[in-house]
Design a protein around this ligand. Structure first.
Ligand SMILES: *Cc1c(COP(=O)(O)O)cnc(C)c1O
Length: 222
């Protein structure tokens, strides 16, 4: 099936409260354009420089989502245009994002990434760490960021029970953390689910799925 057909099929299967992020990492600009021309506006990349290069070449109404692990020293390259940063895992990074957002006179939307997988390879913070950020006075000084929800990645396994329980734990954590209040904390997004597990994620309360290979085909490198 073509990229446009894949997008059409997946979009039609999603409940109306779930947004589709087309994960275009490693894929050429031509593939992104095909998806864009079929009506897809939101794209996800996991490397800041690759995203910035694609941003330059593509229509400016595309919403760019940074879904990868964040390197603090590269935040500046996307601060002028990024739509949502999914993988924020420390107060230090929130401060850095805020600093660059000020330079561009904009507010940058962020999700806190929580570690839900038992695998050691996955990034993200514990619920305790998220609580200490959401409870901190320092968060209240960050006037140019907005935390709009949470993101997580399940273990890479065929065991659906493990995946389901990990998504369940993210949903539970997100509900628990909603008790914190700050002008820049308005959690409505739960970013969870990829090509192999987005259906389970939606059952467990996802509002945003990040789908790459099911749209663009397999990747040759990570
Ligand atoms: C690559 C990636 C995805 C998409 O993975 P697929 O299995 O190709 O759908 C989703 N989220 C993150 C954080 C990724 O790095």
């Amino acid at each position: 099936m073509s990229i446009a057909q894949n997008i059409h099929t997946i979009k039609n299967s999603l409940p109306s409260h779930v947004d589709l992020i087309a994960v275009s990492k490693t894929k050429p600009v031509a593939d992104i354009l095909e998806a864009y021309n079929s009506g897809q506006i939101a794209f996800g990349e996991n490397k800041i420089q690759e995203m910035a290069e694609k941003y330059e070449l593509l229509p400016k109404d595309i919403e760019w989502h940074m879904i990868g692990h964040l390197q603090t020293n590269k935040i500046k390259y996307m601060a002028s245009f990024v739509h949502l940063i999914h993988g924020v895992d420390s107060l230090k990074k929130l401060k850095e994002i805020n600093k660059h957002a000020i330079k561009h006179n904009r507010t940058i939307n962020c999700l806190l990434q929580l570690k839900i997988a038992s695998e050691d390879t996955k990034f993200g913070m514990s619920i305790d760490e998220a609580e200490s950020i959401l409870n901190s006075e320092e968060l209240k000084n960050l006037e140019h960021i907005k935390i709009t929800g949470f993101m997580g990645m399940a273990s890479f396994t065929d065991n659906r029970h493990i995946v389901k329980n990990e998504f369940k734990s993210l949903k539970t954590a997100a509900e628990l953390l909603k008790k914190y209040t700050s002008f820049n904390f308005k959690p409505t997004i739960l970013s969870m689910g990829m090509s192999g597990d987005y259906k389970i994620a939606i059952e467990e309360g996802s509002t945003m799925v990040r789908v790459g290979s099911a749209i663009f085909g397999i990747r040759n490198y990570a």
